[in-house]
Design a protein around this ligand. Structure first.
Ligand SMILES: [Zn+2]
Length: 326
């Protein structure tokens, strides 16, 4: 099954986000039509240089010539055939429509505020979202692995606790100076649906959690029941006692939906008595029950963590621990 967006993302990251006719001719049928229908590609000016329509192995500048009557026609000089006529269709080009892309992304993520260009044709603020009670800027940045990428870095880091989307290529962590923001690649999380671009909100949440865990330095993000159990075992083993981090209390609480059940579950897992009060204190530290549950889902739909389909692209949700246990 073809997803037309797969042809958009690398182009959107390219220094010159324009695609020529001969290139589009190699795309599967329907891809160009769909991308233009979605307003993600728009017709661009006619190319001044084209691939020779006859030999298909050299690029030449298009020349104009007066034809019979008053008509002009375009041609190129070809080493083999001397003069080759260039039909108008061979000169057509399409450009990524970033206005269309940014407004689609802002709409699908239900962001608040207006789209704003933070660096010309490179960085946009798509809008704002709230995460753990904190307002954060959602940013689209392109070409972050290009040689001039550091010139647009400040436009991103000046945003408020940015969550960064890139079309395709993520920069290395050392690209950032200071705090590394969560970076999500659209080609990993966005799909074309009959209603247009769709983004898996669980992927966004997972990336946010991962970035936060990285900053907290605990190196693990409990997501599924199995992963939570594994994390509890690691913490017990590492501490040689029943010290659990707030992350574990909160994950257990989200998974079981009640403080009493979370305490029972943690007691059984650790082999020591974990009281309901311990869970309650962790929940209070995180801003209260509603905050903990709602933070897991932007639509405030409470679902058990274990039922979520995560990791669909095989990305690790729990990173290796220092002791190498996996
Ligand atoms: Zn030629």
């Amino acid at each position: 099954m073809i997803d037309p967006l797969e042809w958009l993302w690398p182009l959107a990251d390219a220094p010159e986000p324009v695609v020529a006719s001969h290139h589009v001719a190699g795309w599967p049928g329907g891809v160009l039509d769909r991308l233009t229908e979605l307003g993600l590609l728009v017709e661009y000016e006619l190319a001044a240089r084209v691939l020779c329509p006859e030999c298909r192995d050299h690029f030449e500048e298009v020349l104009a010539c007066e034809g019979p009557g008053r008509a002009t026609y375009s041609f190129i000089s070809c080493p083999e055939l001397r003069r080759v006529r260039v039909p108008r269709d061979a000169r057509r080009q399409w450009a990524v429509n970033f206005a269309g892309l940014t407004s689609s992304l802002a709409a699908v993520m239900k962001l608040t505020g207006k789209v704003a260009e933070l660096a010309p044709a490179r960085v946009w603020r798509l809008g704002r979202t709230t995460w753990h009670g904190e307002s954060r800027d959602v940013v689209l940045a392109r070409g972050l692995t290009c040689c001039d990428a550091t010139s647009v870095r400040a436009a991103i880091t000046r945003a408020r606790r940015p969550v960064v989307f890139v079309p395709h290529a993520k920069p290395d962590a050392d690209f950032w100076s200071g705090r590394v923001p969560p970076v999500l690649a659209l080609d990993q999380i966005a799909t074309d649906t009959p209603g247009g671009i769709e983004i898996d909100p669980m992927e966004i949440l997972a990336a946010l959690r991962e970035a936060e865990a990285q900053q907290a330095g605990d190196g693990a993000v409990p997501v599924t029941a199995e992963q939570l159990t594994l994390l509890i075992r690691r913490q017990i083993k590492a501490e040689h006692k029943s010290e659990l981090t707030d992350d574990v209390y909160l994950a257990a609480y989200r998974q079981h939906g009640s403080m009493r059940k979370a305490a029972e579950f943690l007691s059984a897992e650790t082999g020591t008595t974990i009281s309901k009060d311990q869970v309650q204190r962790a929940v209070a530290r995180a801003g209260g029950a509603a905050e903990v549950v709602n933070a897991e889902d932007s639509d405030s739909v409470v679902r058990p963590v274990a039922s979520r389909s995560r990791d669909r692209r095989g990305k690790p949700v729990i990173r290796s621990q220092p002791d190498g246990e996996e």
